[in-house]
Write a protein that binds this ligand. Structure first.
Ligand code: CAA
Length: 380
């Protein structure tokens, strides 16, 4: 079972599956080991216009609906979650720009991505993770410019993106209401990259610090109005978390498929281990969780498409449940593989390493529960 998509999307999913089978799945083993950025693979994926999925047709993109994007990202994550993440995160900044940006900003952002660059979204700082409002990066107005100073950390696509949405305090005395959001282009003087993270998983994606040292940007790069940055960031995450959920489902689906294939081949006590209910029931439980998570993602994606309907809670559930399912299913897949599952020779240990971050980034699963509870307390 999967998403119910149009015939056109089904064809695209099939093309993506074929691409991932030939160009990503096996290759991911090597770049998982080395941590190298697989530029050639990303270049080929861009030839398929996978970086343009979320860009509206009017701006030169594919303009796919949210459900189709979720289905495609799941497929990509089955091959390699880091690979899928690079594309998904490139769509986060895009969401901020389409929520709050001017026509010129929308065009610039889309043109940059279409030209073959990714984008990034920079909210997190060393002391401002879950407490996103505690950011210390500042943006001081100076004539027709803003001057940025500070450091962002754990920024996906850092160093490989052409343009970033960056939050910074324009008036610290106002707290949350003093946070603003800006567009910052790669190569702007005063903007450099800090340390690259040597991560446990999703090693095909880039993560690094962004450093702003008297970085001067045109005042027209302000997104929305001064003081709207926190709201823009929160509303953006409300959307993007749905897509974390679908990639987590992709990881879990792959782990289950690997466990089934191995369990049918592995003979112990004279029979394949899947003929033991202890193993078969594990597989059944995996399927229950995966399909439930997928349907939650689909529900969240459909909610996003219904203009005007609140979606923050649905998106948070899709993210939190999807991430938890990916972690449980990959762990159980290793259990089915036994000692071999713990070895790097087999694919499932990578899946568990990749899965773990899905409980952490774009708001930990504990923060998702804060978001969900806040919605509940308002609803009832
Ligand atoms: N939509 C619109 N407005 C929102 C909102 C939302 N989803 N959430 C909060 N707000 C508004 C509130 O209405 C409130 O406004 P008023 O003062 O006018 O009432 C204001 O923002 C403050 O709200 P809270 O008191 O709820 O804010 P908080 O400081 O307690 O934080 C939080 C709430 C949910 C914990 C939030 O801080 C959060 O989501 N934290 C996790 C951050 C996160 O996900 N970080 C990952 C970023 S990804 C990244 O940077 C790197 C990358 O590579 C992608």
């Amino acid at each position: 079972m999967g998403y119910i998509c149009s015939e056109e999307t089904e064809e695209l999913i099939e093309a993506v599956r074929e691409f991932c089978d030939h160009e990503v799945r096996e290759q991911a083993k090597e770049y998982d080991r080395t941590g190298e950025w697989p530029k050639e693979i990303y270049d080929k994926a861009m030839e398929m216009q996978l970086h343009m999925m979320d860009i509206p047709e009017a701006y030169g993109g594919l303009g796919l609906d949210k459900l189709s994007i979720a289905a495609i990202l799941e497929e990509m994550a089955k091959a390699d979650a880091g690979f899928a993440l690079t594309f998904s995160v490139s769509n986060i900044g895009l969401k901020s720009v389409f929520m709050a940006g001017t026509e010129a900003q929308k065009k610039k952002f889309c043109d940059t991505i279409i030209s073959g660059k990714f984008s990034g979204f920079a909210l997190t700082e060393p002391q401002a993770g879950s407490d996103a409002a505690a950011g210390r990066t500042t943006a001081k107005k100076d004539g027709d410019s803003y001057v940025l100073n500070g450091r962002k950390c754990f920024i996906t696509n850092g160093g490989v993106a052409g343009i970033y949405v960056v939050t910074a305090m324009t008036d610290k005395s106002k707290g949350i209401k003093g946070m603003s959001a800006f567009l910052v282009e790669d190569g702007t003087p005063g903007f450099t990259y800090g340390k690259h993270e040597d991560k446990m998983g999703i090693r095909g994606s880039r993560t690094c610090d962004l450093v702003f040292d008297d970085c001067r940007i045109p005042a027209e790069n302000l997104l929305g109005k001064e003081g709207e940055g926190f709201k823009i960031a929160m509303q953006t995450l409300d959307v993007s978390r749905t897509f974390i959920g679908c990639m987590a489902v992709g990881i879990a689906q792959r782990a289950m498929e690997e466990a089934i294939a191995y369990g049918k081949e592995r003979i112990q006590f004279g029979k394949p281990i899947v003929s033991n209910q202890a193993i078969a029931f594990k597989l059944a439980d995996m399927e229950i969780q995966i399909e439930t998570a997928r349907q939650m993602v689909a529900h969240a994606a459909c909610t996003l498409m219904e203009m005007g309907r609140p979606y923050g809670k649905e998106s948070a559930i899709a993210k939190a449940y999807g991430g938890d399912v990916a972690m449980k299913v990959t762990s159980e897949a290793i259990q089915i593989f036994g000692g071999y599952g713990y070895s790097r020779e087999y694919p499932v240990e990578k899946l568990m390493r990749d899965a773990k971050i899905y409980q952490i980034f774009e708001g930990t699963n504990e923060i998702q529960r804060v978001v969900i509870a806040n919605h509940l307390l308002k609803e009832y």
